[in-house]
Design a protein around this ligand. Structure first.
Ligand code: HEM
Length: 161
């Protein structure tokens, strides 16, 4: 895999676009939740209908697919050489799990919504909590890199390194 000195512009833009889109999903889900409940209680037909949360989820899935492809084709800059081994393992595991869960989130939502699978929507709720935990660790790691280890890891994802 390539070993670049910095992220490409596209990688940086995709990172922050996905952050905004995921944030959007955390705030805009009341309408789809109500529709889902009505479907499950038999008040309306158990069939999908157009919805902004579902649409944005599909956009996130496409952006993630693009991001993963760029990660393999362009690589990503290495962590600073002096980082403790434990910090390195932790940061790579959190990042890997974050990729997986942000891909699993739209997949579980879509399987539940389009095929009426209750278990998939339950998984959607569980993955939500996993994402919250991973994002908290990811932000803590980025802040630790910046303020404790004084590396350029945060700045390079802001396009300033
Ligand atoms: C990365 C993409 C996505 C994120 C971050 C996301 C996030 C969320 C969040 C935070 C909730 C509230 C869950 C709760 O309060 O327990 C939710 C609910 C829901 N989402 Fe998503 N979602 C995504 C993609 C999708 C997609 C693609 C679909 C359908 C095509 C979908 C369908 C639903 C449904 C039906 C609910 C209501 C679940 C319920 O009421 O139990 N989501 N989503």
């Amino acid at each position: 895999m390539p070993n670049p000195k910095s992220y490409s512009k596209t990688q940086i833009v995709l990172h922050w676009l996905i952050v905004l889109a995921v944030l959007f999903q955390f705030f805009v889900h009341d309408a789809i939740a109500e529709l889902w409940e009505a479907r499950m209680e038999g008040e309306i037909a158990n069939a999908p209908s157009p919805d902004i949360h579902a649409a944005m989820g599909i956009v996130i899935f496409a952006l993630m697919a693009w991001r993963v492809w760029l990660r393999f084709s362009q690589g990503a800059p290495a962590l600073p050489a002096g980082d403790p081994a434990l910090a390195r393992i932790l940061s790579q595991s959190v990042q890997g799990l974050l990729y997986l869960s942000v891909i699993a989130m739209p997949l579980s939502g879509a399987v539940g919504w389009f095929f009426g699978v209750g278990g998939a929507i339950e998984a959607h709720g569980i993955i939500k909590n996993l994402i919250l935990l991973l994002v908290a660790l990811h932000i803590a790691g980025a802040l630790a890199q910046h303020f404790v280890f004084k590396s350029n890891v945060l700045m390079r994802m802001l396009g300033r390194a």
